[in-house]
Design a protein around this ligand. Structure first.
Ligand code: SF4
Length: 454
């Protein structure tokens, strides 16, 4: 079969992958991991074409023309809450030129059968983009494809927790747009990789807590990394939600990467209570130069309420440890959770200065489908059940808190951005930390877009 992996066009630089759609804050865009993973799974049996209309800046008409030329037997497309109804309108048009249409995206995780009922041009919804169920589905065995919801599905999908999985090497060479950029990588040639899926933690605002948890053995990852090295890739973005959940696997992979001298620089997400000196040093030896940590809030009440499972002391300790190991840090924050007050937001902004991180990123709380946060916000009247379009980057704010209006939330986010990024000492340190010409040009570009969007 001819299978088209599609990232639909959009009016803004939308990021739609990994069930977490948003507007790119400073025009960065990485290879969409749902499609990257599916490319490896499908390539052994089918002919794959990739069309990333966001990366290639295609209009709807140009994208439709590509779909027409490809004449696919099946389309696997992303769609995101951030631009849901535009995506659905586009997919309805695309479906006229392709056979079977499968979709992967955050909006569809809650009540997927209802979406299929309302949008008859959708044939299936992927609940796990790392699964090879798509092969059975395309062979006509829809009931055998447990992680794909279709009109023929008859049971709810039980998500695996704590199991190992291997995948064929993804076809990274199909994701070649020069417009893929990520602010924390240090060379242009980078790829997005995934060594586990989902997250075993229970932070109740986060969709990842509902995805189960599976991990890849180091040998399976290494096969992919050797392939990437052969393609000339020099930097990696590990999009694992918390690198080091399986400490033994993380150490094994780092040791193998260092032993084989793969020579990648890399960036990952982790949790402040997952890393210690031994793991950080192993990661550093394997090429890790930047870690992104969710700090979320300076309020102990909010951290407890959302089951983060760590304290501000843990945050400070881990950020210091990273600095002493020579690893850069990115702190991410959420402003606008229902308990947020002006006071807690200001405490968070003050805390930000204490952490001594290299970069900071500010998100707005969103009532994403499938989260406990959404259920509670609907129950408390903070958001209506009908709200399915939202953006954690804050281009629009989907819900008030119990104490703040959306306008006040937006102002506090802008204040946090200004407080962090417009300090002369910070700007000087950031310039001093630049290691390559690519990094310099990208940092200037990011800064420009961040200020413009601000
Ligand atoms: S640890 Fe991170 S990815 Fe996992 S549930 Fe919590 S916020 Fe989500």
């Amino acid at each position: 079969m001819k299978v088209l992996l599609l990232n639909p066009p959009g009016a803004q630089p939308f990021i739609r992958d990994y069930y977490c759609s948003k507007v790119s804050k400073s025009n960065y865009l990485f290879q969409p991991i749902d499609l990257v993973m599916q490319s490896g799974i499908l390539a052994g049996r089918h002919q794959i074409t990739v069309c990333d209309a966001i990366a290639d800046k295609l209009t709807a008409e140009e994208t439709l023309e590509r779909v027409r030329c490809c004449a696919p037997d099946a389309i696997v497309s992303l769609a995101g809450s951030v631009c849901l109804y535009d995506d659905l309108d586009f997919l309805e048009r695309a479906a006229r030129h392709g056979g079977t249409l499968l979709v992967s995206g955050d909006a569809f995780l809650e009540e997927p059968s209802c979406w299929l009922e309302s949008y008859p041009f959708l044939d299936g919804i992927l609940l796990d983009f790392t699964s090879d169920d798509i092969l059975s589905f395309l062979d006509g065995n829809r009931r055998g494809a447990a992680s794909i919801v279709s009109r023929d599905s008859d049971t709810a999908y039980q998500r695996p927790r704590g199991q190992e999985f291997s995948i064929p090497v993804p076809r990274h060479e199909l994701f070649t747009s020069p417009n893929y950029r990520f602010p924390f990588v240090r060379q242009r040639e980078f790829a997005t990789v995934l060594s586990d899926f989902g997250c075993p933690y229970r932070c109740s605002f986060c969709i990842m807590a509902s995805l189960g948890y599976r991990y890849r053995p180091a040998a399976n990852m290494l096969e992919e990394l050797r392939y990437l090295k052969g393609l000339g890739i020099r930097e990696l973005f590990f999009i694992d939600q918390s690198y080091g959940v399986r400490r033994d696997k993380a150490l094994e992979l780092c040791e193998a990467m260092a032993r084989e001298q793969l020579g990648f620089g890399w960036v990952c997400y982790s949790r402040v209570d997952l890393v210690d000196r031994e793991l950080l040093e192993a990661m550093k030896r394997a090429g890790c130069h930047t870690i992104i940590f969710g700090v979320e809030s300076a309020s102990s009440l909010i951290l407890e309420q959302y089951q983060k499972g760590y304290t501000q002391e843990d945050v400070l300790k881990t950020f210091r440890l990273c600095r002493s190991c020579g690893i850069r840090t990115v702190a991410t924050f959420i402003i606008g959770l229902p308990e947020e007050t002006r006071q807690t937001a200001l405490e968070t902004i003050n805390f930000l200065k204490k952490i001594d991180c290299d970069f900071a990123s500010f998100n707005i709380a969103v009532p994403r489908a499938g989260t406990e946060l959404r259920q509670n916000a609907i129950r408390d009247g903070l958001v209506s059940e009908q709200v399915t379009v939202m953006d954690q980057s804050g281009t629009s704010i989907a819900m008030d808190t119990h104490h703040l209006s959306s306008a006040e939330i937006g102002q506090l986010k802008q204040r946090a951005l200004r407080t962090f990024y417009l300090r002369p000492s910070y700007l000087l340190r950031r310039l001093a930390g630049i290691r390559s010409w690519y990094e310099l040009t990208e940092q200037l570009r990011e800064g420009f877009h961040l200020l413009r969007n601000h």
